[in-house]
Design a protein around this ligand. Structure first.
Ligand code: PMV
Length: 361
């Protein structure tokens, strides 16, 4: 597959006068079975499954113009950001064999997130997938007539997004995605994610995710460092075996609409992710007291009301509250009346399962 995309890359001369602007919006995603631990070049130690979100997105525009060599500038929310720019430029240079035409272009990237700054929501999945899709859009203008979103090769976009940021591989598909090779799903791969949209019960196609912001502070340990710490973690082999088991059972629950199994696996995965952090060396804790308060409240509320809501956590203190659309009114009242008290300055974001990347320009 790698060779196919390397072979396909536009390697010709960029015509003089070639210039323009492309823009794409790409969403964040929230993993249910977590990717935690890598091998080789951005390959996952175990498969993962996520919901694609709708409201939490990055919007990226790239202005391009024929040049003698790569000239790269990066603006985030209106301001030039050399630190973030250097990271993205490094990705471009590391993987330039996939985009050889960049060496004949001046690129100005402007990116912003639709979710509030300092909300503690990781933006690498949305921003890197938006960036990669913009590059593929520029390439499509070089190889043929201007193409719309219909002709975007999502598998290639997923493959290249993965090289930039692992979980970004899953952001390119509508509804739900699976990333990582598993015998339980045909055509699954460590190198790119695949869509699960046709294999899920209708209840999951409109699922809600309300993100309860416990803290918007920068994480004390990055995901990159967290993945690396899995290498010496004595529980790693058991974790990878358990993740594979959870994938098998979750795929079947997603198909049948079995919410009890969905809730069991989703909450267990979130707690395992944080347990792995606590027993790595050095150990660390990303949950805050209000993360635990929210978890306890949510479990109590579920027991009392029988409403099938549950939580998951990313690599941070914020709580993602997951529930069927049919329960939205009751759950959102409950957030306003009870859970908001545990949030940083009452902040929470209502999101839901979304349709994947959208062309802006
Ligand atoms: O894509 P990365 O390297 O930022 O890792 C993401 C890890 C988790 O968000 C914790 C889990 C996941 O599968 O998204």
């Amino acid at each position: 597959m790698e060779n196919k995309w390397l072979n396909e890359a536009f390697k010709g001369e960029v015509p003089s006068g070639f210039q323009g602007k492309v823009g794409w919006q790409s969403p964040s995603n929230i993993a249910l079975v977590k990717y935690w631990g890598k091998k080789g070049k951005q390959n996952p130690q175990n498969p993962s499954i996520s919901f694609t979100l709708s409201e939490c997105c990055s919007e990226t525009f790239i202005s391009f113009e024929k040049a003698d060599r790569l000239d790269f500038r990066f603006f985030f929310e209106g301001k030039e950001n050399p630190a973030f720019g250097a990271k993205i430029e490094k990705f471009l240079l590391d993987y330039q064999a996939f985009f050889p035409f960049i060496n004949q272009l001046a690129l100005t990237v402007e990116s912003r997130n639709t979710f509030p700054h300092s909300s503690g929501i990781a933006s690498s999945a949305s921003s890197m997938s938006a960036f990669v899709i913009c590059l593929l859009d520029i390439e499509s203008k070089l190889v043929g007539p201007s193409t719309g979103s219909g002709s975007l090769d999502l598998c290639k976009a997923s493959y290249l997004s993965r090289l930039a940021s692992g979980s970004a591989a899953r952001s390119v598909y509508p509804k739900m995605a699976l990333w990582g090779a598993t015998d339980c799903y045909k055509d699954s791969s460590d190198e790119y994610a695949v869509s699960l949209a046709d294999d899920i019960h209708s209840v999951f196609k409109t699922y809600r995710d309300s993100i309860l912001i416990v803290s918007g502070e920068q994480k004390s340990v990055s995901s990159r460092a967290g993945h690396a710490l899995m290498e010496g973690n004595p529980y790693a082999p058991a974790r990878y075996a358990q993740a594979n088991e959870n994938i098998k059972n979750l795929l079947s629950a997603l198909k049948s609409g079995d919410l009890d199994t969905f809730i069991n696996i989703t909450e267990s995965e979130a707690l395992q992710l944080h347990a792995l952090m606590m027993c790595s060396n050095p150990s660390y804790i990303l949950m805050k007291p209000n993360t635990l308060n929210l978890i306890n409240e949510i479990r109590e509320f579920r027991q009392e009301t029988k409403i099938p809501l549950c939580f998951t956590l990313d690599a941070g203190p914020n709580v993602h509250l997951l529930y069927p659309e049919s329960e939205a009114e009751k759950v959102e009242d409950y957030i306003k009346n009870v859970l908001a008290d545990y949030c940083d300055r009452d902040r929470w974001i209502i999101d839901h399962v979304g349709e994947g990347p959208k062309k802006l320009q």
